[in-house]
Design a protein around this ligand. Structure first.
Ligand code: IMP
Length: 205
């Protein structure tokens, strides 16, 4: 059994300041148990910046989740990105900072680097890793969700964020940028990782 921090609520702390992400995780976990609450770094008074200097999504998620765990909380963190086969897995863990600029600049760089790559060699996958670290030395939880697609030759759609307009998802015949959020959220790498996380959390509560 996981310890109830205050006797009733099972509190987990997500190593993030993104309210949307924290709420999304809490909503999912509350389907398993209404007693679960998810706080963010700001809620536990952590002001620092976490250096994500791992070499894999798993290492970075672990580094981040270890921060709340080191403060005595059940720590949880995710790390995600786009891996393109023809680019040897790039941008991978560097997805957010691929070009040194914003998402538009990242997409421009990806289109440029993919320009010489023929249509049948444009496979890519979004990856989402979620890690839970316990403060008392219980084994970590590490789950990975993926979503397979192809890189387009131009932006399509204005929805989503990041690389969504360049990520074509064959089963639905659309890029993530063209899909309504609720469609993307059913099949995305993050949704797949969340499902696996829910299964793991069920085992321990
Ligand atoms: P983070 O780990 O959630 O901060 O994501 C890292 C980066 O990966 C983001 O800044 C995006 O560039 C990219 N990324 C992750 N998930 C998605 C997605 O669902 N759509 C588009 N880009 C994504």
């Amino acid at each position: 059994m996981v310890n109830r921090v205050d006797g009733k609520k099972l509190t987990m702390v997500m190593a993030s300041r993104n309210r949307g992400k924290i709420k999304e995780l809490e909503t999912l976990l509350r389907e398993i148990s209404p007693d679960i609450e998810v706080l963010g770094l700001g809620d536990i008074g952590y002001e620092g910046d976490i250096e994500e200097n791992g070499e894999t999504f798993e290492e970075n998620a672990f580094i981040k989740a270890s921060v709340p765990a080191g403060m005595g909380y059940i720590g949880i963190a995710d790390d995600s990105g786009l891996c393109v086969d023809a680019l040897g897995g790039a941008p991978g863990i560097y997805s957010a900072r691929y070009s040194g600029g914003d998402a538009e600049a990242n997409n421009d760089k990806l289109l440029l680097f993919m320009d010489p790559v023929p249509d049948d060699r444009r496979q890519a996958r979004f990856v989402s890793v979620i890690c839970v670290v316990f403060p008392d030395g219980r084994p970590d939880i590490m789950v990975r969700g993926e979503c397979e697609g192809m890189i387009t030759r131009e932006r399509r759609g204005s929805g989503g964020f990041g690389y969504d307009p360049l990520f074509y998802y064959p089963p639905l015949g659309a890029t993530f940028g063209e899909l309504p959020a609720e469609e993307k959220n059913k099949i995305s790498h993050r949704a797949n990782a969340m499902k696996k996380l829910a299964e793991e959390i069920k085992k321990i509560i």
